[in-house]
Ligand binder design. Sequence first.
Ligand SMILES: Nc1ncnc2c1ncn2[C@@H]1O[C@H](COP(=O)(O)OP(=O)(O)OP(=O)(O)O)[C@@H](O)[C@H]1O
Ligand SMILES: [Mg+2]
Length: 260
Amino acid sequence: MKTIPVVIKYGGHAMTVPELSRAFARDLTDLARGGRSFIVVHGGGPQISSLLKRLNIESRFEQGLRVTDDATMEAVEMVLAGQVNKAVVAQFVQQGVRACGVCGRDASLLRAEVRRPELGNVGEVTKVDPAVLACLMDGGFMPVVAPVAEGPEGRALNVNADTAAGAVAGALAAEYFVLMSDVPGVLDKQGVLQPRLTRADIEAFKADGTITGGMIPKVDACLNALDHGCRRALILNGSESGALKRYLVDGEPLGTAVEN
Ligand SMILES: Nc1ncnc2c1ncn2[C@@H]1O[C@H](COP(=O)(O)OP(=O)(O)OP(=O)(O)O)[C@@H](O)[C@H]1O
Ligand SMILES: [Mg+2]
């Protein structure tokens, strides 16, 4: 009997602090040894911005999505499928976990198309083929996914990591979809953590500007994952050591749970 996986979105911001990323790898390793299976989908916004800066290419965002011209796309793929993916894999391998990196273009894991041409090479996920993930997990490997997708004619498209992770969580009908970010969860205008949010709450928060920027793809990814059969979706503070264990094992009500 295969275990139902937990899909984790690991934010690029949480990764920039070495102690935090080591703690994250240790936490996940302990939980994996305890019998859970994980798929990690990572971001890499700060790392992409840093390379673009070195290349003198300007970074531009619209509603939390990076405007991606051809030169930016080259850099995005180098950073996400190369530098960041290998760094995340290495953290787990060091802990003795057999992590294996793939991107959405591998084995057509994530297919996407351009729906908003004004954003350039930014894709919306249209199809997930989770066969490669199942194959890795069956072999005892932990998949680490970079959110670069296969577009029309096989070209690379940049997909928001939250969206990619939500699509994977939905396609696998994951037990949990957990987005680890650098905030305690969704905060209201007074900065108060919202332990639970429904679809209607989310619509209202988006309309009145409470949820903006990088939080928009997170809440949308949670709703999308739930719509496709994922059981629970949560936005959790990745910079709080042990948060994942406290939530998954001890059942502590942390972060923001998104409900349908
Ligand atoms: N209502 C809200 N509550 C909490 N954070 C919010 C809210 N609205 C917008 N945000 C912003 O969303 C950010 C989290 O998304 P962001 O895309 O910056 O990080 P990430 O997804 O963890 O990293 P990456 O995109 O690099 O993978 C927070 O740092 C905060 O600035
Ligand atoms: Mg983000």
